[in-house]
Design a protein around this ligand. Structure first.
Ligand SMILES: C[S@@+](CC[C@H](N)C(=O)[O-])C[C@H]1O[C@@H](n2cnc3c(N)ncnc32)[C@H](O)[C@@H]1O
Length: 455
């Protein structure tokens, strides 16, 4: 049969979920992607796009819903780009993530039989995020503060309450909006380069209760914004820090070139795994504290440290993994490209009295070979790379170091599969993989893989 045409109406049964969370169905072998559809749905779908090998469509009617379909609790669901799986029962979200990891390793990594451990579910399905970044935009002259509409970078939804953050953070979001409107604060306009407010980032130490508001504005207008900070503190007494980051450049990023403290300190503290971390407006910190603790406990267990080992922590960020492992081994070398993250890691080591960690700034592909040349040997390597995974030269340097065990923490099953496939060809064996759900309601997938050098 000829492939469908744009505008056609199809009867479609959904049998799979794709990587980003779209439903997948087939009409005589032709693959259709449908946003908001889930396996088991029988739908009437309007075709919106056709390509040689696949098409896209939108749901016109649900003829018969999947038994895994649930009512999404958020009123912005479907429009907001934040959550894409709220309409899928949590058990089915977990099964989807587990299957993605298995499929990637089998198909992309051509990994032969391996042990896939059951996914570690998150204890909190909502309210788990300790950081949210909201964009400020203007609607008819009044500020709206919220998240971008899915695939529409130009549309910002005015989010009154986000279910992924705590009620403390929701109160702060509400107060920022109230103050911005009551005081008639202007909103940055990308075209003209005029206006003040650009972003509002909220953070909360989940174990300490301390909250932070980072107002990103186009000018260092402390006089205007300091009273806003005072109102935030009055509404939410747990507010330990309100800062103003100034970004006067075109680039739409919530990072400023200068920072002014409006209320309290320039950072909050959070505890994780028994250690204390200082978190400033621009420092990286795991966004799901409770599940990060469980993820790192799994990493520790996978390392199986006896006390005398040297560990290399690749892509070490602000040092959470290094510092947690340092208590159980001889020495840890962390390698991280961001100089600011390395500075945070050093400060965190000092704050926790940890002296057996060395943090090196630079790209893994450059720094790791120098470590090997300097005679450093490590029995265990932990790697937590960004979505792109390992650079081929970084992987070559890892193989040259030749640790007996590699614990790979991945936020992208496709690059995990590629890198594991390479490591298998270089003499490693995959012992097991365990997915971990760090971000319920979203299609993001984290996994830990343990590899051992074949004797
Ligand atoms: C997933 S995060 C790791 C976070 C870390 N485990 C933590 O908890 O703080 C990945 C890190 O890799 C760093 N990174 C990205 N490319 C890099 C490279 N080529 N060499 C070294 N580090 C890199 C990023 O700056 C980021 O901090």
């Amino acid at each position: 049969m000829a492939k469908p045409r744009r505008g056609d109406l199809l009867e479609l049964t959904i049998d799979d979920l794709a990587f980003g969370g779209e439903g997948v169905g087939r009409v005589n072998g032709y693959v259709m992607f449908v946003r908001g559809a889930i396996p088991g749905d029988r739908l009437r779908v309007r075709v919106t796009e056709t390509r040689a090998r696949y098409g896209r469509g939108v749901i016109e009617a649900i003829e018969s819903p999947s038994p895994q379909r649930v009512a999404a609790p958020c009123p912005y669901f479907g429009r907001c780009g934040g959550c894409r799986l709220q309409h899928v029962a949590y058990e089915a979200q977990l099964a989807f993530k587990e299957k993605q990891v298995r499929d990637c390793l089998e198909r992309l990594g051509a990994v032969p039989a391996f042990e896939l451990r059951p996914i570690l579910p998150a204890p909190e399905m909502y309210g788990y995020r300790n950081k949210m970044e909201f964009t400020v935009a203007s609607a008819g002259g009044a500020p709206v503060i919220g998240l971008h509409e899915a695939d529409r970078y130009d549309v910002v939804l005015d989010i009154e309450r986000c279910l992924l953050q705590s009620e403390t953070m929701n109160a702060l979001l509400d107060e920022v909006r109230t103050q911005a409107r009551a005081r008639g604060l202007s909103v940055w306009d990308q075209e003209s380069g005029q206006g003040l407010l650009r972003f509002v980032t909220l953070r909360e130490g989940r174990h300490t209760g301390a909250a932070m508001v980072n107002i990103v504005a186009a000018a260092p207008d402390v006089e205007t914004l300091a009273p806003v900070g005072e109102r935030l503190k009055a509404r939410v007494p747990a507010t330990a820090s309100v800062v103003l980051n100034v970004n006067a450049k075109k680039a739409a990023v919530a990072v400023g070139s200068e920072e002014h403290v409006l209320v309290g300190r320039d950072h909050i503290t959070e505890s994780l795994g028994g250690l204390t971390f200082q978190v400033s407006a621009n420092s990286f910190f795991q966004t799901n504290t409770v599940q990060a603790e469980r993820l790192f406990a799994l990493v520790g267990e996978a390392c199986g440290l006896a006390g005398a080992e040297t560990v290399v922590d690749l892509y070490s960020g602000t040092g959470a993994i290094s510092l947690l492992l340092a208590r159980r081994c001889r020495h840890v070398y962390g390698i991280e490209v961001s100089a600011a993250a390395v500075a945070d890691a050093l400060r965190n080591a000092g704050a926790n009295g940890i002296e057996n960690c060395t943090f090196l700034a630079g790209e893994v592909r450059h720094v790791l070979p120098t470590l090997v040349r300097d005679g450093v040997r490590a029995q265990i390597v932990v790697a937590d790379p960004p979505r792109a995974g390992f650079h081929p030269k970084a992987l070559g340097a890892l193989v040259a170091l030749g640790p007996a065990r590699i614990v790979y923490v991945s936020c992208n099953p496709a690059t995990l599969a590629r890198d594991v496939g390479d490591l298998l060809r270089q003499g490693y064996r995959l012992e097991w993989v365990q997915p971990v759900d760090m971000f319920p309601q979203t299609p993001h997938i984290e996994a830990v893989a343990r590899l051992r050098r074949a004797e």
